[in-house]
Design a binder for this molecule. Structure first.
Ligand SMILES: Nc1ncnc2c1ncn2[C@@H]1O[C@H](COP(=O)(O)OP(=O)(O)OP(=O)(O)O)[C@@H](O)[C@H]1O
Length: 302
């Protein structure tokens, strides 16, 4: 079931059109990514969905509600991650959580959230004294304290070190496992690839694709390589005519096959059929970066 439906959304700031005809839907229980470079319109789109901005055209339904007309009812069921400037420096961690919990009918126990997000020993600390990573985790806890059906997380792991990012990803997956739908705005390709079930790729106020990360990557049909070391001599000619294979070369003890599409699957099947055992099999992976270039003609510049 679609929990968010956006159709033909238009938003202008004066003469500047920030969104021109954006449509997407988010299914209940998924982690839906909104990916795109600076200024692509991600925040504008999400803030329209949250009811924080009024669209100039199109329609939006979130949990069956109109974010502008039914804002109060909607806000009791969604959680929104704050940006850095939106909490007073002096507020204590527990005060912020208690305040946010008071906005909701059926909030979670914020003490449990403090434990989960590694902030238990910071409950009495002032917001302004927290490290960047701790502030970030507090923002996520605040987005979840209302026990929302949909959580909107924006720049989830900005300012976190690599290990903290991984931990955060794991926690987000756990949140999804409890049935919360997550909309994740991100600049980070690896984050989107790791976490999101589907992704809307934004570019210059439009959506250029909505797909699974793997589906987006599969659209990139540029040539790429696989390499392996055969355990015994074999005739590389048997690979040359397979569908998708462009070239087969030898480099030292390695065989390098380049091709397009699913040539790797075809090559491994052919090797298995001919009982050729191989070691050190490696693929050069295509990534979401490649997909972005294929979709927009430009490299992704966050
Ligand atoms: N309040 C505003 N007034 C005027 N222009 C705005 C306003 N908010 C955003 N814009 C412009 O609208 C466009 C889309 O901005 P938006 O913040 O939605 O993009 P974004 O993809 O979220 O970018 P970022 O990743 O930098 O947050 C940009 O050109 C931006 O300069």
């Amino acid at each position: 079931m679609a929990i968010i439906e956006v159709n033909d959304l238009v938003k202008r700031y004066g003469k500047h059109t920030a969104l021109s005809g954006v449509s997407f839907s988010v299914e209940e229980g998924e982690i839906f990514g909104i990916l795109g470079p600076n200024g692509a319109g991600k925040t504008t789109a999400v803030e329209c969905v949250e009811g924080l901005r009024r669209p100039d055209g199109g329609s939006i339904r979130v949990l069956g509600l109109d974010p502008v007309g039914d804002g109060d009812r909607l806000h009791r069921q969604i959680g929104v991650q704050l940006q850095q400037t939106q909490l007073p420096e002096n507020i204590k961690v527990w005060e912020a959580l208690e305040l946010y919990a008071s906005f909701y009918r059926d909030p979670l126990d914020w003490r449990t959230l403090l434990e989960r997000w590694g902030l238990a020993d910071k409950r009495g600390a002032r917001f302004g004294k927290l490290s960047g990573g701790q502030q970030q985790r507090l923002f996520i806890a605040l987005a979840l304290v209302g026990n929302p059906r949909v959580a909107f997380l924006d720049e989830l792991t900005t300012g976190l070190d690599p290990q903290a990012r991984r931990t955060t990803w794991k926690l987000i997956q756990e949140i999804r496992a409890t049935g919360v739908t997550v909309v994740l705005v991100s600049h980070f390709m690896d984050e989107v690839e790791e976490l999101c079930d589907r992704v809307a790729v934004f570019d210059r106020g439009r959506i250029v694709a909505v797909d699974t990360p793997a589906g987006l990557i599969a659209r990139v049909d540029t040539e790429h390589e696989m390499r392996f070391r055969p355990m015994a001599e074999f005739d590389t000619g048997l690979l040359a005519d397979l569908p998708g294979v462009v070239s087969v070369t030898r480099s030292g003890g390695q065989v390098v096959v380049s091709g397009t599409g699913d040539f790797a699957g075809t090559v491994t099947a052919a090797l298995a059929r001919d009982h050729v055992l191989v070691a050190d099999l490696r693929m050069d992976q295509r990534t979401l970066d490649d997909a972005f270039i294929a979709l927009t003609g430009r490299p992704f510049e966050a």
